[in-house]
Design a protein. Sequence first.
Length: 87
Amino acid sequence: MPRPKSDFETLRALDFRDPDEVLDDDTMYTIYEVARMLQGLDPDRELDAETETVLLDWAIPWMMVNADAFVFAEPDADDEPGHYGLA
């Protein structure tokens, strides 16, 4: 439900890091791993489905805005995610 700004003690500007500040140049990641790393989490950390969904809500637009910085590798199987890395 929407809330008035006055309900919040502190408001911060959205500040996204550049892809090269988040990802290692020689490594490919799934979108799930990228989402974790954007939040400063270990890419292998186990998360509940609800938390993972929230993190993806941040990661997908970030990757789209920075699409020129990424390369993509096809998944090994139809039921696996693709992998992304720095261009």
